[in-house]
Design a protein around this ligand. Sequence first.
Ligand SMILES: [Zn+2]
Length: 278
Amino acid sequence: MSGTDTIILIFIAIIGASIGSFLNVLIYRTPRYLNIAYPSSHCPHCGNNLKWYHNIPIFSWIFLQGKCAYCKEKISLRYLVVELLSALIFLLIFLKNGVNSYSLLLSLTFALLLALSLIDFEHKAVPDSINLSALTLSFFTSPTILQNFINALLLAGAFSLLRFYVSYYVSLKEEFYLKRRLKRAPWLKSYFPQPVMIEAMGEGDIIVAATIGAVLGIELSVIAIFLSAFLAIPASVFLKVSKKEAQLPYIPFLAMAFFTVYLFDEKFNALLEWFING
Ligand SMILES: [Zn+2]
């Protein structure tokens, strides 16, 4: 690698980390319905405005040792992690795809998915504003814009149907348990509501599936969605075992699988080829 290449990579990492800084603002403010531009960055604990040197991606967190410069309140490690991950996303995509405008749009798409993952993790719901921004960007991540759009539509449709099937299955299962319980204790009948349709998977997941379709195309998207379900298994088992009635956020797994399949698309294509033709 030449000296110029190294400088370009450092520049890309700096852009990635700065976008990460902005993602931190989105992650904190959008689910709380706060304006993302005003007021400027301040400590949520003591309210003091941050100076520019408190706001340098990655470095400020390390120099301040994760504490507010004024009141010494702890600043979540999440701020550092998001900036580092965003820098990494930019670097990996530019290294894979070359230095061009498509790489920038791809990096931004994945960066928004990183923000969505963390919001979903914390709030179990995501703002449409960020989700639709990622989808819109994804149409333009390669020269075949019309095809990307069609692939997004197909994946959104496929994922909606999958959601109907899973919801139907989950609802049937629930109705079955309800009936069995009522058989044992019919006097409880008045306490139980009529069986209701349970909606499995969030609506936000459909938009993410469309974004995956636009970037990966149909075949690789199907692999990415299978992979996301596979990645989610250990987490859902953990939730069951720990008896937490929590809902599993699914976007982090979709995003992780999406990024993995994107980075190793040739390997996954070879796998697909082997699977179909033997
Ligand atoms: Zn403070």
